[in-house]
Ligand binder design. Structure first.
Ligand SMILES: Cc1cc2nc3c(=O)[nH]c(=O)nc-3n(C[C@H](O)[C@H](O)[C@H](O)COP(=O)(O)OP(=O)(O)OC[C@H]3O[C@@H](n4cnc5c(N)ncnc54)[C@H](O)[C@@H]3O)c2cc1C
Length: 503
């Protein structure tokens, strides 16, 4: 394993050297609290350099009041070393995210979106959702809300890469910022006062000891120790940071797994499709050229069967699930058009109410490995404690049926960076609980509301029962033909509104 300061030809330093950039030598230590702080003392230590952790780092590096903070990202993920543009013409990775217009605005604000545009991405302006009973369908169109697109599908590795590229533009010393290792243990101030345990360097001066005793102590797997005013737990759903902080969670596992993979068509797909089947939804998402991404939810047993069947059988199964399998195609009735006319008096007609049901493009081949993920809902009781904030999947996981998970995480990243900036502007301690509570208050209600909506959908669609099927059909018809309802749903899913309710 490379230690800090050693050269890695494939890593960031190598990349910077190859691209003519320079890795700045460590600047002299800054003054913190009147005493000179060492290189191992930080303002913000971000544990986890996934999409959300990198977004926090990027947002902080972008804002005038926070760009001078000493920020570290700790993650051993080798992807953090690759900051070249990823080839657009390669086969798309099977891990993708549908990002909302709210997320796109955030990426634009922090200067990372232009790097996405240089790499593979697929905007979509149309979406069709229907269910296997053939009783109803809903089509959405970005024109319903006078927008250019409903969302954009981007590979997760492109999202990370774009954030890293942006960080590299902002920080000459990105190599100093990214620690390619893992968090081993964490001690919050009251505990870290008991310094002197095996392996710790004794503080060189009393002043240093005093200052550090008020910081969080992070022991890393490569033997280094860091001290920070604030720790951001961005280390995913099994967050070590959350567990060490003793923050409890509420949630449950769904009796479902999601299979994801990339398939090919004979022509380009420009629409996001989702069909609800008795076992769970299957989504076909455009990812550029003639490729689509599949996210197919089913029981864990079915998932392992679908993972191991031949690619030809799998493609046949996908086409059946997206077309004639399980039930007929839905149709519009004259009653639907009556409802449409009735509600057009309240807020105008949405363009897509007149769109007919379409059959999605057939997959012609499987071109990636199939991966299966168990699904769960999880929500942290607290997002913050003194000197700690949780973001992204470390704070909440939701069912992927509406592609909202990482969008909520990006919302967390934006809100936390904003709160830290507010703290800096008034000279507050950025690890202070009353400051961090503002972040929790801002995000918790929005995240809980989305988790509840998605959980409701998951439950509503996992029962095959006559009266409930009729109720679901009514919901599809309502969303298709009642324009104000349709516009409300689109705005909420696009991240323009924090609440699913009319306001
Ligand atoms: C099948 C599926 C489809 C999905 N589709 C969508 C979608 O379309 N749209 C959407 O918005 N969301 C989607 N999601 C959700 C989305 O993938 C997650 O919300 C997102 O990955 C969370 O990002 P994160 O950065 O919070 O956590 P993660 O992606 O889990 O990253 C955590 C990082 O922390 C690091 N780490 C962990 N432990 C340590 C440690 N001890 N020390 C240092 N580093 C550590 C890991 O290496 C990792 O890099 C989907 C999820 C699934 C399962």
């Amino acid at each position: 394993m490379l230690r800090r300061g050693e050269s890695d030809p494939d890593g960031l330093e190598g990349l910077l050297q190859r691209s003519g950039g320079s890795v700045r030598a460590a600047e002299g230590p800054e003054k913190v609290g009147g005493v000179r702080a060492g290189d191992d003392e930080l303002d913000v230590a971000i544990v986890g350099g996934g999409m959300v952790g990198l977004a926090v780092a990027c947002a902080l590096s972008n804002m005038p009041l926070t760009k001078h903070l000493r920020v570290a990202v700790i993650d051993s993920n080798p992807a953090l070393k690759s900051t070249n543009y990823l080839k657009k013409d390669g086969i798309p990775d099977s891990r993708v995210s549908t990002v909302t217009p709210a997320t796109i605005s955030f990426f634009r604000d922090i200067g990372a979106w232009e790097h996405i545009l240089q790499q593979r991405h697929a905007f979509f302006g149309k979406m069709q959702v229907w269910d296997y009973t053939g009783l109803g369908y809903t089509r959405y169109n970005s024109r319903d809300v006078c927008k250019e697109y409903l969302g954009c599908v981007v590979e997760n590795k492109v999202l990370c890469n774009s954030l890293l590229l942006r960080l590299q533009e902002q920080k000459e010393d990105i190599k100093k910022m990214v620690y390619p290792t893992r968090l081993a243990s964490l001690a919050f101030p009251s505990k870290s006062r008991n310094v002197g345990v095996a392996g710790l360097k004794p503080p060189s001066t009393e002043a240093e000891e005093l200052r550090r005793s008020n910081l969080v102590k992070l022991d890393l797997s490569d033997g280094q120790t860091l001290y920070s005013k604030l720790v951001v737990g961005a280390d995913g759903s099994k967050s070590n940071v959350r567990q060490i902080a003793g923050i409890k969670t509420t949630g449950w596992s769904y009796p479902q797994s999601a299979i994801i993979c990339t398939v090919e068509h004979t022509a380009a797909n420009d629409c996001a499709w989702q069909r609800f089947l008795p076992s769970g939804p299957i989504a076909l998402l455009p990812i550029g050229d003639n490729f689509s991404n599949i996210v197919w939810t089913m029981s864990p047993e079915e998932a392992s069967r679908h993972k191991s069947m031949s690619p030809e059988d799998f493609v046949m199964s996908v086409n059946r699930a997206l077309d004639f399998g399980y039930g007929p195609h839905p149709n519009s009735s004259s009653l639907d058009h009556y409802v449409e006319r009735l509600f057009s008096d309240f807020g105008g007609t949405a363009a897509s109410t007149k769109e007919c049901f379409e059959v999605p493009p057939r997959a012609t081949g499987l071109i990636s490995e199939r991966m299966a993920f168990p699904l769960s809902l999880m929500h942290s009781h607290d997002y913050v404690s003194k000197r700690l904030a949780l973001v992204g999947d470390a704070a909440h996981t939701v069912h992927p049926l509406a592609g909202q998970g990482v969008n909520l995480g990006f919302g967390d990243a934006a809100a936390l960076a904003e709160v830290i900036s507010e703290g800096v502007s008034v000279g507050a301690d950025i690890g202070d609980l009353s400051l961090l509570n503002r972040y929790e208050n801002d995000r918790k209600a929005a995240n809980v509301a989305m988790a509840a909506v998605l959980d409701g959908f998951q439950k509503m669609y996992s029962v095959d029962f006559g009266p409930l099927n009729v109720l679901r059909a009514a919901a599809f018809h309502g969303a298709q033909y009642i324009s104000p309802l349709k516009k409300n749903i689109i705005s909420y899913a696009m991240g323009d509104r924090k609440s699913p309710l009319f306001s």
